[in-house]
Design a protein around this ligand. Structure first.
Ligand code: TYM
Length: 334
């Protein structure tokens, strides 16, 4: 709870170009939940440097991501949209929580295993303790709910374990966060290999819809999506390509998968792919236009960055001071 309301925290990395997976699995739900909670949406640039980044590109992408949050429908007057690196409490709490997290727990994280296999020349300590920084993000804001895609569930479970461990020693310091995962859309798969997650880092450009893709590109990629030879639109694990397209269409149109199957009864894959492509393109286009406008409006965005950075700092520091006191750091002299 914060400010007498239930609180919500989530974040995204500004590395690579965001995909439809990020949008449908996370951002879209953020917008739906925004009115119900005291919301904090962070551009988690500190997480990004666990993989080597070009500084100018990271700065540019971070600003693009922040404006994307707004363009997708989050009102920056009501929701605290800010850069993680502007709030030093994230790093300070992460240090403390590192001392309450076991090597064995971090060793089990599948994302660490995947990322260290991918970046074998740079398996740094930050990559290893990444989930502790993520736990700090969440716990700093006494977060009740964390809307994420399924791939972040293991990290969220760890955040809960750390919070519970800390609370068991020091009393009720942290709110116990709950994940919010959409019924469909929490796991959008690659268009070229539906057994794999749609990911920004996929080498095959046709595998992912990027949020920056033009309508023509979106439609072309859906036309090329890998399906099967059943020639029947069914919502079944045996047809993972079609199932993924149904999931995408279902979230975009707010219809249930069953309703989608009914809508396309007797229709061919070509028609269905075209409908999915057109629907996704029609959602992305206004977001892209709004984002382009916002990026031109430098003073407005700067004002939001400043005001929301200060707001995030205020709430985060409150929790941090409480934690510092609990672990035995000396009081500050005013
Ligand atoms: P990131 O930047 O990889 O992804 C951002 C969000 O998008 C979701 N997502 C997907 N959902 C469905 N299908 C997909 N194919 C797909 N790909 C990505 C992710 O689940 C995520 O919700 N560590 C986090 C960022 C983070 C964070 C946090 C999140 C840092 N601190 C605190 C929540 C709370 C990450 O790298 O997400």
């Amino acid at each position: 709870m914060l400010n007498g309301r239930k609180s919500l925290f989530s974040g995204m990395q500004a590395t690579g170009t965001l995909t439809l997976g990020n949008y449908l699995g996370a951002l879209n739900n953020w917008v739906t939940l925004a009115d119900e909670y005291e919301c904090f949406y962070s551009v988690v640039d500190m997480h990004s440097i666990t993989v080597r980044q070009d500084p100018a590109t990271l700065r540019k992408r971070s600003r693009e991501l922040l404006t994307l949050y707004i363009a997708a429908g989050l009102d920056p007057e009501k929701n605290c949209i800010y850069y993680q690196s502007h709030v030093s409490a994230h790093a300070e709490l992460a240090w403390i929580l590192n001392c309450f997290t076991y090597m064995g727990e971090l060793n089990r994280m599948t994302q660490f295993k995947d990322k260290s296999a991918k970046h074998a020349d740079n398996i740094n300590a930050g990559l290893f303790t990444y989930p502790v920084l993520m736990a700090s993000d969440i716990l700093l804001f006494q977060t009740d709910v964390v809307p994420v895609g399924i791939d972040q569930m293991q990290h969220l479970e760890l955040a809960r374990n750390i919070a519970e461990r800390f609370n068991n020693i020091y009393g009720e310091v942290f709110t116990m966060p709950q994940a919010y995962v959409g019924k469909v859309g929490a796991k959008i798969q690659s268009l070229q290999d539906p057994s794999k997650k749609m990911s920004k880092s996929d080498e095959n450009e046709n595998a992912s819809i990027y949020l920056t893709d033009s309508p023509d590109t979106v439609i072309r990629k859906f036309k090329r999506a890998v399906t099967d030879s059943e020639a029947c639109i069914r919502y079944s694990d045996e047809q993972p390509g079609i199932k993924n397209l149904i999931n995408i269409y279902s979230v975009c149109t707010k219809k249930t998968p069953e309703e989608v199957v009914k809508e396309f009864e007797g229709k061919g894959y070509g028609d269905f792919k075209m409908a999915v492509g057109e629907t996704v393109a029609s959602i992305l286009k206004p977001i892209q236009e709004k984002q382009a406008d916002l990026l031109k409006n430098k003073d407005y965005i700067d004002g939001i960055i400043k005001a929301n950075g200060e707001k995030a700092n205020y709430f985060a520091t409150k929790t941090l001071r409480k934690v510092q006191r609990k672990v035995g750091f000396p009081d500050r002299i005013r």
